[in-house]
Design a protein around this ligand. Structure first.
Ligand code: NDP
Length: 340
């Protein structure tokens, strides 16, 4: 039974709660469904940072001036290998859902295919996307900018976003290999949580407004976050700015911040997804290639190291059977936003 300050929900209740808030905020049904679905999947897998906690922010985004509540994505073929999905200033998720069949068909015909999502508001985790592509038998990478909150290595002013990068690899007899993380040293939501709970940050997460390393979450939120891995993370994050921004004709994190004009909506920009078909690229020997990949994974697990996504799959199995718990405080806040 839940702790007295917690509320237990099954996954259908999570989805209904999310849908009711999104509908009440005026988001059209087609957009609301995939947003509620990804929130539910994050709660199911124990990734609360992108679960129900996001609903108040979604309401703020839906109410912002630039957001299109009834956006119908426009899907087009840019080249035989490239599908473009114009989200028309709605969320990224419906555009992804509508373009996915073409991405799969192109990757399986050509060996590699690109999905460029444009003009999308983006708040979601990327692992549900690369995992669903891996379950089609395809490897993939996904990336997106955000708002300019992160200083480059050696600098002190924000230029880069928290820029997540995700990768998925299909496996024959088990769940796909998936990783997905921000290229900032710490997720912005975790820094905000630390501020709320009065905790200091570990070293290396950010700088104060004067560019000095700081462990104070308030100072870092007012100054700049830093990338993980020094100049290496800084360069990876820059790659994401370029590939999921100018390469596909869309905004960078700096441009997204300007576009927001202080409304505090979710970042608005592009997303790039590249899918690869191992059956076409692997020299006609899928069994050997799969075996080689499995040897890499066994090299981890045989010595007790865990694979990324392993924890998520375990939590998924548990939460599917038992439901999830959220704090009474969050539940009440969601009800106040029209949740039913
Ligand atoms: P984490 O630092 O928590 O890293 C998550 C990834 O690393 C997961 O794949 C996780 O697997 C794996 N992992 C964690 N610990 C280990 C370990 N000890 N050994 C092996 N693998 C491990 O993620 P972040 O906080 O950086 O990002 C969280 C989410 O935020 C991401 O889903 C990202 O997409 C999202 N995000 C979205 C943004 C947007 O604008 N849309 C912006 C920034 C972030 P497991 O799941 O099994 O624990």
């Amino acid at each position: 039974s839940p702790a007295s300050d917690a509320v237990r929900l099954d996954l259908d209740e999570v989805r209904s709660l999310a849908l009711s808030v999104l509908r009440k905020a005026g988001l059209c049904e087609a957009q609301a469904r995939p947003v509620a679905q990804t929130i539910t999947e994050c709660e199911r897998d124990g990734r609360q940072s992108h679960g129900l906690l996001r609903l108040p922010g979604c309401v703020m985004t839906i109410n912002s001036a630039n957001f299109n509540r009834t956006a119908e994505p426009v899907i087009s073929e840019l080249t035989p290998a490239v599908v473009r999905a114009d989200a028309c200033f709605g969320y990224s998720l419906l555009a992804f859902e509508r373009a996915l069949p073409q991405l799969e068909q192109k990757a399986k015909a050509l060996g590699v295919a690109v999905l460029a999502i444009n003009n999308c508001f983006h708040f979601s985790a990327l692992w549900p996307e690369v995992e669903s592509i891996a379950r089609m038998g395809l490897a993939s990478m996904a990336m997106t900018p955000s708002h300019a909150w992160v200083a480059p290595s050696g600098g002190m002013r924000p230029v880069l976003g928290t820029n997540p990068f995700a990768f998925g690899w299909p496996r024959a007899d088990t769940d796909p290999y998936v990783f997905d993380f921000a290229t900032s040293a710490m997720a912005r939501s975790d820094i905000a949580m630390a501020k709320l709970s009065g905790q200091m940050l570990p070293d290396g997460c950010g700088l104060d407004a004067q560019g000095r390393p700081s462990n104070d979450p308030a100072a870092v939120l007012a100054g700049a976050m830093t990338t993980f891995g020094g100049h290496k993370g800084s360069a990876l994050s820059t790659m994401i700015e370029l590939l999921a921004g100018p390469l596909i004709g869309d905004m960078t994190s700096l441009a997204s911040m300007d576009f927001d004009a202080g409304e505090r909506a979710a970042p608005c920009h592009g997303e790039l997804i590249v899918a690869f078909d191992p059956a076409l690229l692997g020299n006609d020997d899928p069994a050997t290639n799969q075996q080689r990949a499995e040897q890499v994974f066994a090299g981890f697990t045989d010595q007790g190291a865990r694979l990324p996504s392993q924890q998520r799959y375990l939590t998924r199995a548990h939460n599917k059977a038992n439901g999830i718990e959220i704090s009474r405080e969050l539940y009440d806040r969601i009800l106040a936003h029209g949740g039913e």
